[in-house]
Design a protein around this ligand. Sequence first.
Ligand code: NAD
Length: 474
Amino acid sequence: MVSTIPHHIEGKDVPADDGRYLDNVNPWTQEVTATLARGSVADVNAAVEAARRAFDEGPWPRWSEAERSAALHRLADLVNANADVLAAAEAGDMGRPVQSARSIDIPRAADMFRFFGDHAALATGETYPSGADHDAYVAYRPAGVVAAITPWNHPLMLGAWKIAAPLAWGNTVVMKPAESSPTSAYLLAGLAIEAGIPRGVLNVVQGLGSEAGQALTDSAGVDRITFTGSTATGRRVAQAAAGNLVPVTLELGGKGSSIIAPDADIELAADLVSRAVFNNTGQVCLAGTRVLVHEDIRDEFTSRLVARAGAWSIGDPFADGTTLGPLASAEQHRRVRSYYDRVEAEGGAVLCGGPGEGNVFAPTVVSGIDPKGTVAQEEVFGPVATIIGYEGDDQAVTLANDTAYGLTSVLITDSVARIRRMVPRLRSGTVWVNCYQVRDLRAPMGGRGASGIGREGGTFSREFFTEPQAVFIA
Ligand code: NAD
């Protein structure tokens, strides 16, 4: 495994311009396992200039969609072939169990390169019949240099999600991974070169958000910004984008609801909620942590969820059989702990779970919490399910929509009428009915309100990462 993680600019490993490095800490052992380049304005400028050269002078934007798709398929093959080392990078950086990364995150990342490569290669555009004198059509031109800023909770999977579409549409990319999960993006940049993607097409700058991230979003050399991260940072990114009048998509925080109707299959509901709230130690923007349960089934559902919470196997992310790792950092542990400590003051009772040794946080079920309090309203980003009872569908919808966020909702019911009545009223970018975290890369992904601006996926990504051009030929 790498012990110093440099930038990757124009196909080469590049040290930090001013020689400054940050520590990369393993959240399970809490030991420093590597150092990473602490990107400066000079580093960011070098990466943006490399991406600009590759866009203006290099072959990538001029290749056919089919040629780019073939290169992205080769990259996908290499991602899968290197799944062990990539999974180990996620486990060491942020505590994702190596088995989960190996079986879920890494193959999903590979699939994204294949999907967006194919999507661009197979896309068609509109033509406009304009009488006998003109032919008219729309062409989708690559936008230019794309800044892609990613969080640490699923580093490679969310990184692939941010860069596969812009690459497929002929853009060049400067990627800034989170400072606590630098390794997989660095490895990916090397694999892109091995896949025959030209130098300068995918550049990676490491470093702090307030330094490298801010410099990247402030850069006048960037044509698009695609950002995934917290709502607070999203606001800063939007301000920087406004300064240069650069289109931006923001995939931000979430505080999703899981509504369990009185006719729900309670076994299914407990299963789905356990996955929706505890998977990845709760560090998932899509998590349905506000668990709204009809009073008729509340007790039974609660006892089944508590049983499920205890069934996760918490441990060393590298160990066989571990299904939940620690929280990703000591800072993250402090944050989750601060919400946990407020539970009683906000009217709730802890039924199971809580902080453990080091960065461990066991799956936690809280009942009776004030729906207006901070624990029920703010994104905890840890394995904490808050159970809130309700009595009728209208009340459930009101409670579900009573948050600043609007990313995802889960509805569990056997009634088609209830689905048709409730789903349109749920203020969220995605609604899962009797399922959780089903993804389709053609579908729009994004949120409302504090969960962000814009959508990516399928044609939604094409609209964002290209400049549609109307062409009229006499
Ligand atoms: P964060 O906002 O702290 O950091 C995200 C990225 O932004 C990191 O790379 C960071 O270095 C960078 N950054 C920080 N300050 C910056 C600045 N001023 N300018 C530019 N870049 C800056 O978020 P995080 O803690 O890494 O990630 C967790 C958050 O991400 C949660 O809120 C979670 O809900 C959200 N998230 C959203 C989605 C989604 O699809 N909506 C997916 C995953 C995570």
